[in-house]
Design a protein around this ligand. Sequence first.
Ligand code: ADP
Ligand code: MG
Length: 217
Amino acid sequence: MTGLSVEDLSVTYGGRRPVEAVRSVSLEVAAGETVALLGPSGCGKSSLLSAVVGIISPAGGRVLWEGADVTHTPVHKRGFGMVFQDGQLFPHRTVARNVGFGLEMAGLDRGARAERVAELLELVGLEGLGERPVTELSGGQRQRVALARSLAPRPRLLALDEPLSALDAELRGRLAVDVRDILTASGTTALVVTHDPAEAEVMASRVLRMRDGELVP
Ligand code: ADP
Ligand code: MG
């Protein structure tokens, strides 16, 4: 098996009344494939994605990449990237310095960084906007920056958590097509979460439905 395997993954939130947000979910995403997780608000999509990426620890189960267990590998050593609903850009950085952030962290020199950033800006259709402050972008442009930033370090898996839901309906439809094309062009393996069936169909080659913390068979 190449790509991602999730085996019997469970996520529980503690507290006085513990919530079993994800219950024994198993799924696979083949290398180069985009799979969508579709389900209503509160069904456990973000919890599942966060456990896969390593932002939260699962209560049980395993996450494997190419057969190697990464369940307890720290998030920054997993080689997985994540795109959030609201982009979470650094407001005081330009477009280029947002896109180059992960490359800076990885210690790439200035020249190599500039080259990779230019590549990514072209990929997401933002050529020439590198020096623009991110505060002067439209919502759609901001999500393109978020996508470019997460792809820059060449993640082996990209997790996208409702990447378009902060945008208006018309823009969402167009950007869903672009996201699919960008993921395909970059050969990225991806797991994308959405509550919108049309969006799931456009972005992914396969759609898995989730309800009450479980995959619908
Ligand atoms: P979705 O992304 O599908 O909307 P979530 O994964 O965010 O669903 O939430 C699944 C369930 O877990 C919900 O019942 C939610 O209230 C609960 N939950 C999510 N995050 C936390 C948290 N940090 N602490 C306690 N409960 C949480
Ligand atoms: Mg969510």
